[in-house]
Design a protein around this ligand. Structure first.
Ligand SMILES: Nc1ncnc2c1ncn2[C@@H]1O[C@H](COP(=O)(O)OP(=O)(O)OP(=O)(O)O)[C@@H](O)[C@H]1O
Length: 414
């Protein structure tokens, strides 16, 4: 154990005697995985506005060195999928706890997660990620470190996760929940894994269309342009929600009582379409720094649950048919709800009329199935952390929350 590690261990022992903090002296790497682990620095030079290389060369790597953290390896990704390849190769060459200082957006982390899912490890793997937000949306980073109110509070540092990692205090990485989605088809089953968002309907269409706008609109405005292109669309599908493990019922949020309540019947809940919006998250309450789409998620929660938000136009009593005029009219409602998500998650309280029902249906569950109606091509798009996957004809997408994949526990420094 290095001097720095033994100092930190002594500090925790002092804490445990004065404040009742639990610690275990047998496997100190569980307490200090980020101190004692191998260190890999990995960044994507093309994500976001393309600034990661400069930030890493000029700030992140010098800061690590100043704090005595010498990376075993520094890798700049050179192609799609490279980040996952690097991490798997690294783990096979150097088994043991690993800390990754990752300069990217959510998409590069997603590639690492999918690579871990597809890998085989004989021993348990523990990985801690120090996020340096460099992408367009950085949903996971902003959920862990919400924007600070005052300009004084804003740090000069490239990452508050990096600050925590470099500080002298013990670091307690937060384990991530995985949303594993399977796509069965006649030719085999495709599986993908999210640590942020899995969606269909409007959000999947936005992600699908916004990719074509990346070169002309590198910032988040490309999502708004793609939203305008799809806002009047309805998606024909049926959804089944499943309770989380150990729970009898799916839960739905009651905005008047301000609490989640058990659905009226136990077991599976079936919801008929059409849908304007269908989106589920794990680990996050927002998809951009200010877009708090699942604001009831609490970052420290330890359950294996998904927060699912849904908008169904036919719940609006003023919508009597599916004609263009009705779709245009309902698009205003969808826009109102989504814009309210930028007001600190105020969309949860938007109702049909003053005393009407909530426009948003906000569920908490262990998993869901999305069954698109054949003939509706757009309803067959599913987004898994930005990756777009097509549901096969007459098939489904089935998503389940879980804490472990392939013998891997993945945590983020927060
Ligand atoms: N050298 C490279 N050249 C081209 N593409 C790359 C390279 N390295 C990584 N990529 C790809 O860049 C894509 C975008 O990265 P990422 O999703 O992390 O950033 P983003 O889309 O800007 O941010 P966010 O996901 O937070 O919106 C990834 O899907 C990854 O496959």
């Amino acid at each position: 154990m290095s001097f720095e590690e033994s100092q930190a261990l002594r500090k925790l022992q002092r804490l445990s005697s004065t404040k009742g903090v639990q610690y275990c002296s047998v496997r100190p790497y569980l307490l200090f995985p980020t101190l004692m682990a191998n260190l890999l620095v990995l960044y994507n030079p093309v994500c976001g506005a393309g600034n990661a290389k400069k930030a890493f060369d000029e700030r992140v790597i010098p800061l690590l060195k100043q704090h005595g953290k010498v990376p075993d390896s520094i890798v700049e990704t050179t192609h799609v999928g490279h980040a996952g390849e690097v991490v798997i190769e690294y783990l096979h060459t150097k088994p043991g706890p690993l800390t990754i200082v990752l300069g990217s957006g959510d998409g590069t982390l997603h590639e690492i997660v999918v690579a871990l899912y597809n890998a085989t490890f004989d021993v348990a793997i523990e990985i801690s990620v120090v996020l340096v937000p460099s992408g367009t949306a950085n949903a996971l980073y902003w959920s862990l470190f919400p924007p600070q109110e005052t300009s004084q509070a804003k740090s000069e540092s490239p990452s508050r996760a990096l600050d925590a990692f470099l500080s002298q205090s013990p670091v307690f990485p937060r384990p991530l929940t995985f949303a594993v989605t399977t796509f069965p088809s006649a030719t085999g089953t495709v599986t993908s894994v999210a640590v942020v968002v899995t969606s269909a309907a409007l959000h999947a269409s936005i992600l699908h269309d916004s990719e074509a706008l990346r070169s002309t609109h590198p910032g988040i405005e490309r999502f708004k342009i793609a939203a305008q292109q799809n806002i009047t669309r309805w998606y024909d599908a049926t959804v089944k929600l499943h309770p989380s493990p150990g729970s009898q019922s799916v839960e739905i949020y009651n905005p008047k009582a301000k609490r989640f309540e058990a659905w009226e019947t136990e077991g599976e809940v079936e919801l008929v379409g059409p849908f304007a919006y269908f989106l589920s998250t794990v680990n996050v309450d927002r998809l951009e720094s200010a877009f708090r789409i699942t604001p009831l998620h609490s970052p420290g929660s330890s359950g294996t649950t998904l927060d699912v938000v849904i908008i169904r136009p036919r719940r609006d009593k003023t919508i009597v048919d599916a004609e263009d005029v009705s779709r245009q009219a309902f698009a205003q409602k969808t826009t109102e709800v989504l814009m309210a998500a930028y007001q600190d998650g105020a969309h949860v309280g938007v109702t049909y009329g003053e005393e009407g029902e909530s426009v948003l249906e906000y569920f908490r569950c262990g998993g869901w199935e999305w069954l698109p109606t054949s003939g509706d091509a757009h309803a067959h798009l599913v987004c898994v952390d930005g990756e777009i996957i097509h549901v096969a004809p007459n098939s489904t997408a089935e998503c389940t929350a879980t804490r472990k994949i392939s013998n891997v526990q993945l945590s983020v420094v927060a």
